[in-house]
Design a protein around this ligand. Structure first.
Ligand code: NAD
Ligand code: UFG
Length: 336
């Protein structure tokens, strides 16, 4: 298939482009480079042996999306483009709704105009809020989001579901990611957030390459085995492969399909710290500080639906996630 990947130079998008190419698909990327670099294309080409066609385009501009569809015969869209910083979304809600919601509405408009009927969307476990069931199944009721970023994901799931209802010959696949970490084993692509990272692994990486003095562990008084927050960390290459697997549904009946993409295993913040130290033989200085507002104690998936229906399950363990993250950090971050 010829696949349009929005946000394809970003962290998850770049790894997914590699796996799509490996699976024999052709890839067209559009990205406005607001949170990624054009040099990622060289790296995708180096890893996968094929260079995706690339457009610098902003999904807030409908005409630039139309141009991509008019110049390429697109069979399906994998839609990653979006802003994703939770704290920034609280400070800039209008920007987040305009970009994530407005941009996706433009994408759906262009898909309709050009008769493209298949979309895979990057959703998030954040839609479950403080989850009613652990491990979280796809049937778990959606929860209250605590920030505009999370709300854009919830709104977009609803918009895409309504869109499919109105266009019953369309396919909408909603993938709810848990916590992606790790990097491609080549060390060429990985997570490169701008500024001081919000997420745990990028923060740890900045500490171990000497850019930040120590990790702040946000609270050790949660109702978890060691008191620190528990999450479902998934290797980004497993996550990327989940997108290729999800596309199997495109040969099934049209409809809305929802899958959790996680490992089903919960690790605490201190589990991650210790696993990273052991895997890489390095010390991570840390201090326990106050809880971070909006955080929940425990969040991990039941990924069995994806296994049953897509034959997808994760392959990489925490040690590999930690080793691959560090390899990328040494390559990419230490020289900056
Ligand atoms: P990322 O920031 O690395 O990638 C997103 C890409 O979208 C970037 O390259 C950015 O330049 C591009 N982009 C942003 N706004 C755009 C616009 N208006 N037009 C065109 N391109 C635009 O983020 P990521 O971690 O790869 O996340 C990809 C998707 O997965 C996002 O939708 C994110 O919300 C979702 N997600 C991420 C996580 C996570 O922890 N990383 C978890 C759940 C869901
Ligand atoms: N944490 C720290 N110190 C840090 C950063 C994080 O202790 O410097 C802790 C957090 O308190 C939490 C855990 O590490 O217990 C994971 O935090 P992250 O910020 O890495 O991830 P979250 O689970 O809070 O959120 C992430 C994404 C969301 C997404 C969600 C899906 O940021 O966008 O995963 O589960 F919706």
């Amino acid at each position: 298939m010829n696949i349009l990947v929005t946000g394809g130079t970003g962290y998850i998008g770049s790894h997914t482009c590699v796996e799509l190419i490996n699976a024999g698909h052709d890839v067209v990327i559009f990205d406005n480079l607001s949170n990624s670099k054009e040099s990622v294309l060289d790296r995708i080409e180096k890893i996968a042996g094929k260079r995706p066609k690339f457009y610098v385009a902003d999904m807030r501009d409908l005409d630039s999306i139309r141009k991509v569809f008019s110049e390429n015969s697109i069979d399906a869209v994998v839609h990653f483009a979006g802003l994703k910083a939770v704290g920034e979304s609280v400070a800039k809600p209008v920007e987040y709704y305009k970009n994530n919601v407005g941009g996706t509405l433009n994408l759906l408009t262009a898909m309709t105009e050009f008769g493209v009927k298949k979309i895979v969307f990057s959703s998030s476990a954040t839609v479950y809020g403080d989850p009613a069931i652990i491990p979280i199944t796809e049937d778990c009721p959606l929860g209250t989001t605590t920030n505009p970023y999370g709300e854009t994901k919830k709104m977009l799931e609803r918009i895409l579901t309504d869109f499919q209802k109105a266009n019953p010959d369309n396919y909408v696949i909603l993938l709810r990611y848990f916590n992606p970490i790790g990097a491609h084993e080549s060390g060429l692509i990985g997570d490169e957030p701008n500024g001081i990272p919000n997420n745990l692994m990028p923060y740890i990486l900045q500490v171990v390459v000497g850019k930040l003095p120590y990790l702040r562990v946000f609270g050790n008084d949660y109702d978890t085995p060691d008191g620190t927050g528990v999450r479902d960390y998934i290797h980004v290459v497993d996550l990327a492969k989940g997108h290729v697997a999800a596309m199997k549904k495109f040969s099934d009946e049209p409809g809305v399909y929802i899958y959790n993409l996680g490992t089903g295993i919960g690790y605490s913040v201190l589990d991650i710290v210790h696993a990273f130290e052991k895997a890489n033989n390095i010390n991570i200085p840390y201090q326990i500080v106050e809880r971070r507002p909006g955080d929940i104690a425990t969040n991990y998936s039941d990924p069995s639906k994806a296994f049953r229906e897509l034959s997808w399950k994760t392959e990489f363990d925490l040690e590999t996630m930690c080793k691959d993250s560090y390899r990328f950090a040494k390559n990419a971050l230490s020289g900056q």
